[in-house]
Design a protein around this ligand. Structure first.
Ligand code: HEC
Ligand code: HEC
Length: 450
């Protein structure tokens, strides 16, 4: 009797143990476990926005970034199109350059002036070491170690520290953005000496700008403090660009996001919704095929069948061939560089031409580009920019070259909301804090956009 009782107890215990083991094997991994596997598989780490910069370099960079003295007509600064109160952009589908008035969505095109071909991208985290490309078509690229490619080719001066500084050499050379057109006079009525130079005379344009800056005693002091080892007569616009880049990297650092905190080990930093969104982003929704790595961009160019808004670029206007304009390769037709996604919630309007004015619509496009292109609704654009090039032959070519990674991904409403929750978790709360980081005055004494 006692032995039978013992056998029953032992038998029950063994069944229980077996059930426990079986249950544990089929137990669904937790959200954090699933996301942890993704983080490991994709080699994701918290973003490092770049090294702190010397104070004197930042002071010079700040002055230059906000100073309209850098534009031929003395009427527009870098900050006009990359403003701290506008999430480092200008809030417009495509930008309005020299001759325009006002800031942000209220900015008005000057009479007889062209619209800028593309959307002013955000400049968050462009000081991060991983960055190797600049512009929607990657026409500035490279690194100090391996050399740079740029529209200036061999005219690009030596000594530029990174691709962000190289980029800062070019807005001042663009006639429509900052330099102005032959015959222009500046805001005081003085002739615009930058505009009469040939568009490809990069060296001449940069030298003329340095003459302007060094005629202002405060700039002489700022340059001397920032570059104590460089004699005044040795200074070139590459020094100005180096300072501008350092300042952009500093002001527009955005690495304190919930996503970065999560990657740093704080599992409570994300909501469950955002975690599910991340699993989709790196999994079934296929986003990380292009928005990959720490910066959430492969820095490659893809044709995602974007609607074409604005004046277009170059000889193909009103079309914009994107990367193919740089490479001449049909494989790059309509390809634009994958945008990074930190602070994407506030970076609208979205895409290379600001075609989408809500983030939800931008995400919907990525989930089914062909359908989104067919259904594109231009009424979301400001009336003055409702210029959409949707000729059937363009659409046909776009779809012929559509990136093969972009197969339709039907998500239900909950899944779409999760995906957007993940994108929201890429927001650095300092976005609001820097909105009023605008200097009271700049060395030229010209007005500052605020
Ligand atoms: C008229 C508006 C305007 C002005 C002024 C302007 N930009 Fe831009 N910026 C743009 C547009 C538009 C683009 C994208 C052009 C393209 O990709 O073809 C851009 C691109 C950039 C990028 C590239 C970001 C990336 O990741 O590709 C940086 C950085 C930048 N600008 C910084 C500056 C600096 C520094 C200045 C002043 C020296 C400046 N911008 C002046 C509109 C402007
Ligand atoms: C084939 C590569 C590729 C895939 C896959 C992809 N994207 Fe993109 N994404 C891009 C490119 C390229 C652009 C810019 C298109 C343009 O400017 O015309 C873009 C633009 C965006 C934008 C607008 C960003 C901005 O600053 O303007 C968002 C948001 C976005 N993608 C989210 C997603 C999401 C979410 C997914 C997954 C559902 C996804 N993308 C899948 C390449 C890709």
């Amino acid at each position: 009797m006692r032995t039978r009782w013992f056998v029953v107890v032992l038998g029950t215990a063994m069944v229980g143990l077996a059930a426990y083991v079986a249950l544990d094997v089929v137990r669904r991994p937790s959200l954090d476990e699933r996301l942890g596997e993704i983080v490991t598989a994709h080699g994701l780490a918290p973003l490092d926005a770049g090294a702190e910069q010397p104070e004197a370099l930042l002071a010079l960079g700040e002055a230059l970034f906000f100073d309209r003295e850098l534009s031929g007509n003395r009427d527009i600064a870098c900050a006009t199109c990359h403003h701290p109160s506008l999430a480092s952009g200008d809030g417009l589908p495509v930008s309005i350059g020299t001759g325009g008035t006002g800031l942000g969505p209220d900015r008005v095109l000057g009479e007889g002036r062209p619209l800028i071909p593309r959307n002013a991208p955000d400049v968050w985290n462009r000081g991060a070491e991983e960055w190797m490309t600049m512009f929607w078509d990657g026409r500035v690229a490279g690194s100090a170690a391996h050399g740079f490619t740029s529209p200036a080719r061999e005219a690009l001066p030596d000594g530029l520290p990174n691709v962000l500084a190289v980029q800062a050499m070019f807005p001042v050379t663009s006639d429509a953005e900052m330099r102005g057109f032959p015959g222009d006079v500046d805001v005081t009525g003085a002739p615009n000496e930058l505009a009469v130079l040939a568009p490809d005379d990069f060296t001449g344009i940069w030298a003329a700008l340095m003459d302007r800056l060094l005629a202002i005693p405060e700039y002489v002091d700022l340059f001397e403090a920032a570059f104590p080892d460089v004699a005044i007569e040795e200074l070139g616009f590459e020094h100005a660009a180096t300072a501008i880049g350092a300042f952009e990297a500093h002001l527009f650092a955005a690495d304190a996001t919930p996503w970065d905190a999560y990657l740093g080990g704080d599992l409570g930093a994300l909501t469950d919704e955002a975690k599910r969104g991340a699993v989709l982003f790196f999994g079934d929704a296929g986003c990380a095929a292009c928005h990959s790595g720490t910066l959430l961009t492969d820095q490659q160019h893809h044709n995602v069948a974007s609607p074409q808004v604005g004046p277009g670029k170059g000889a193909e206007s009103p079309d914009d061939m994107g990367r193919a304009r740089e490479t001449g390769s049909t494989a790059d037709m309509y390809a634009f560089r994958t945008p990074p996604l930190r602070n994407v919630v506030v970076n609208g309007p979205w895409f290379h031409d600001g075609a989408y004015t809500t983030l939800e619509a931008a995400v919907r496009h990525m989930l089914d580009p062909e359908a989104a292109l067919a259904e594109y609704d231009p009424s979301q654009l400001p009336e003055s920019m409702r210029i959409v090039y949707d000729a059937p032959e363009r659409i046909a070519t776009v779809l012929d070259y559509l990136d093969a990674r972009l197969t339709p991904r039907p998500l239900d409403d909950d899944e779409s909301a999760d995906l957007v929750a993940f994108l929201e978790a890429l927001t650095d709360p300092r976005v609001d804090e820097i909105a009023d980081r605008v200097p009271d005055q700049v060395p030229s004494g010209l007005p500052v956009d605020r």
